[in-house]
Design a protein around this ligand. Structure first.
Ligand code: ATR
Length: 274
């Protein structure tokens, strides 16, 4: 029987993870089964227990269960502790350990795929939810000169400033305070794109040569945020498909001990989404 893996979430019907992991497995000659595991919002623990009872070896965790997953672990990595969220569960001898590969996935997409140097950069991070929390520490670790976190609910951004400001130059701002500020990298971690909306940022945040990155992925790589970034002169405006593939590769590496080549998988997904 091949080892069993799944992505658990609500909803997961449109998750690309099964396709991505199937490609990784084919490429590396690993025999695994990877399926979607839809779970009612109140039944994460029950579904996890059922999965383990049936011999499941690992889970990717997506919205809305990343925090609950952290609480269900017997051991949680440093990265996941900082993110206060787990997106990768590994089951061994009945015990569950948790990791967060989102930050590493973003870094790999920015640095390897887009050839971006983060050291010394001024970065604007839009949003202060779970997606933002997962990437702040990795960006600090890469030597970002400044990370401004902008959010509608300023208290949430301030809480992140307090939490991460010990480690790097992190500032919380309201959207109305961004006028006149320019950044070399603008990352949208809000869920606004999913609603067809753009956070209320002034065009001036996109400095010349700016890279705009939307953690949401969208068919054709177009989101309202990326459209605005292009209109405002961003040099590169790209969606989060690369981050999705890279975080999956990190999970696959944890589970199987081999690192897949992400480039052909990303190219295949881009071609099928075009
Ligand atoms: P999670 O923690 O699961 O990632 P969340 O807490 O709902 O989800 O976070 C979503 C983020 O997207 C938040 O920063 C939210 O801003 P608020 O905290 O001010 O609500 C942000 N967001 C959602 N829709 C938005 C919109 N239309 N414009 C700007 N920000 C938006």
């Amino acid at each position: 029987m091949p080892d069993r893996y799944a992505v658990i979430g609500n909803p997961v019907a449109h998750s690309k993870s099964p396709q991505i992991h199937a490609e990784f497995a084919r490429q590396t000659g690993q025999e695994i089964v990877y399926v979607r595991l839809p779970a009612p919002r109140s039944a994460f623990r029950a579904e996890l227990a059922r999965f383990i009872a049936h011999g499941g070896r690992g889970l990717n965790v997506t919205v809305p269960f990343k925090q609950e997953a952290a609480a269900a672990c017997q051991a949680v990595s440093e990265r996941a502790k900082f993110a206060q969220a787990v997106n990768t569960l590994t089951v061994a001898d009945g015990a569950v350990s948790g990791e967060n590969t989102d930050g590493a996935g973003l870094l790999r997409d920015l640095e390897q795929n887009l050839q971006l140097r983060l050291n010394g950069r001024r970065i604007l991070l839009l949003g202060a939810g779970g997606a933002a929390r997962g990437v702040i520490m990795p960006l600090i670790a890469r030597g970002a000169r400044l990370i401004v976190i902008a959010n509608r609910d300023l208290a949430k951004a301030r809480a992140l400033q307090e939490r991460f400001g010990l480690f790097g130059n992190v500032r919380a701002r309201g959207y109305d305070e961004l006028n006149g500020m320019g950044f070399e990298l603008v990352i949208n971690s809000t869920s606004a794109s999913l609603q067809g909306l753009v956070p209320p940022i002034p065009g001036s945040v996109f400095a010349p040569e700016c890279v705009a990155y939307d953690m949401v992925y969208a068919p054709g790589g177009n989101t309202p945020f990326l459209d605005k970034a292009r209109d405002c002169g961003a040099a590169i405006a790209i969606d989060g498909l690369g981050m999705l593939v890279e975080q999956a590769a990190e999970s696959f590496h944890i589970w199987r001990g081999v690192r897949p080549d992400t480039r052909p998988v990303l190219a295949m997904l881009r071609a099928s989404a075009a």
